[in-house]
Design a protein around this ligand. Structure first.
Ligand code: AMP
Ligand code: ZN
Length: 459
């Protein structure tokens, strides 16, 4: 089956063909590391992870590069506020981002995060090239890209050229979404802010130049796929295209993929609106990170997804059921004869066909549930083959079915836990607490979540 991806560039689903047989160069815009990322950001990173895993399931070797923005207005202001050195400050949040990603089973990029501050010379070279080719100009110690010089400007975002404000300039890092203006490539140094020497005066890079320089440094130009959230189409990705294509006179990236937003009460989850939750917030409410991953997979990446605690609760419940099914298979499979001849090939085919259709994860999950229902109804089952199928699907879903093991809970512990549950329903809290203490003394831990209680050996 061929993989089809929706290319923002053409506004169509296109059959994916890499530039080099067997290899894919993938660039995804990473976070600005001045705070914890929120679960809206994480939705985008999960979508990109599914993209990467789908490409790998097709046998491609993916070179995946992700940047972190570790110098801009926000990181500078926040590090000053925290009275910390910029690089010490940003590394703390970079690490937190790596930890959150790992908990969500998001594969790490194939190189460690590439940091803007460690690629300043490449950015300076690119800016020099743009100055030489007359696409850029200097003003007050800063350097700007002249959008009127780049004829295809607006081709990704499909901008109405009449809206272009030639000559108007923007040099803050917060960009208006509706005004196309000359944008800053290099900001003149300000007293008390970090700066780097450059032939056009000391200063620091603008946000867009960072991604142009780093993508090309590792993936060459052109490369295969560039991805991010929809809010990056304009101006960020439009400006990346302008810089890179003006400098090298060849295409930048071939496929542009954009994930829709996670909403709260119908509005985009964003730090500026103050309606964000972090992974820590959801863990505090005793939700497992992988239930968030499951929730995200339940929606197609190009549709908006409204976050509610109830939807997370349902996702956690469904995810638990998948884990229970995996356990059931593990228990059966050791005893069952190995029937290698049999496989559940039709489900496997349908599952991967859904993913090949522009990463349709809700459809793929629906196929998995169809399979589980059919498995439970069938007179003869082949647990070995079923388990193998689950693991294959999980290579893309990333729900860690391979990590599921059978936990043998001693009968005495099980009975105490059931008794405690009964006390809790009768609101006999003291008795319930006494049983919890007893269970803990016996080396087990009870985890109460919105979706019910579970038992785990104490660490
Ligand atoms: P930022 O740190 O704002 O540059 O965002 C990092 C990534 O998260 C980008 O790819 C954004 O497009 C994406 N993003 C930001 N807010 C949301 C949201 N509410 N839902 C989904 N993705 C988002
Ligand atoms: Zn970027």
């Amino acid at each position: 089956m061929s993989l089809k991806l929706y290319n923002t560039f053409s506004r169509k689903k296109e059959v994916f063909k890499p530039l080099k047989k067997g290899f894919v160069g993938l660039y995804t815009c990473g976070p600005t590391v001045y705070n914890y990322v929120h679960i809206g950001n994480l939705r985008t990173y999960i979508f990109e992870d599914v993209l990467r895993r789908t490409l790998e399931a097709h046998g491609y070797t993916v070179q995946h590069i992700m940047n972190v923005t570790d110098v801009d207005d926000k990181t500078i202001a926040a590090s000053k506020h925290a009275k910390k050195d910029l690089s010490v400050f940003t590394k703390e949040y970079e690490k937190a981002f790596g930890d959150d990603s790992a908990k969500l089973n998001i594969l790490a990029p194939t190189r460690p995060f590439v940091r803007a501050t460690e690629h300043i010379p490449a950015m300076i070279m690119l800016i020099q090239k743009l100055l030489r080719k007359n696409y850029a100009y200097e003003k007050g110690g800063s350097v700007y890209f002249d959008i009127s010089k780049f004829a295809p400007y607006g081709k990704l975002a499909h901008l109405d050229k009449k809206g272009l404000k030639a000559g108007a300039r923007i040099d803050v890092d917060e960009y208006a979404k509706d005004a196309a203006q000359d944008f800053v490539l290099w900001k003149a140094a300000k007293a008390g802010e970090p700066s780097w020497p450059a032939p056009f005066g000391s200063g620091r890079p603008g946000w867009h130049i960072e991604c142009s320089a780093m993508a090309t440094a590792y993936l060459k130009q052109p490369f295969d796929i560039h991805a991010g959230g929809v809010d990056l189409i304009f101006p960020h990705h439009e400006n990346e295209i302008a810089q890179s294509e003006a400098a090298y006179n060849k295409p930048f990236a071939r496929y542009w993929l954009h994930g829709e937003h996670l909403l709260v009460d119908g509005e985009k989850m964003s730090k500026s609106l103050g309606n964000t939750y972090t992974l820590r917030d959801i863990e505090k409410k005793e939700f497992t990170p992988l239930s968030l991953r499951y929730l995200v997979l339940m929606a197609h990446y190009r549709t908006k997804l409204n976050f509610t605690w109830q939807s997370l609760k349902s996702a956690q419940q469904a995810y638990r059921e998948l884990v229970e099914f995996t356990k059931e298979l593990i228990a059966e499979k050791s005893a069952a004869p190995i029937k290698t001849a049999h496989s559940y090939a039709s489900y496997e085919k349908k599952f991967f066909a859904a993913l090949d259709d522009d990463l349709n994860t809700p459809k793929a999950l629906a196929v998995l549930w169809q399979f589980i229902r059919a498995y439970h109804k069938a007179k003869t089952t082949y647990p070995n083959a079923a388990y193998a199928l689950l693991l294959k699907c999980d290579a893309v879903l990333g729900l860690e079915f391979a990590e599921v093991t059978l936990l043998k809970i001693p009968l005495a512990i099980q009975q105490l836990a059931e008794k405690r549950e009964q006390f809790r329903t009768e609101k006999k809290w003291q008795e319930a607490d006494a049983l919890r203490a007893k269970i803990e003394k016996m080396g087990w831990q009870i985890l109460d979540t919105d979706a019910g209680s579970t038992l785990k050996p104490r660490m």
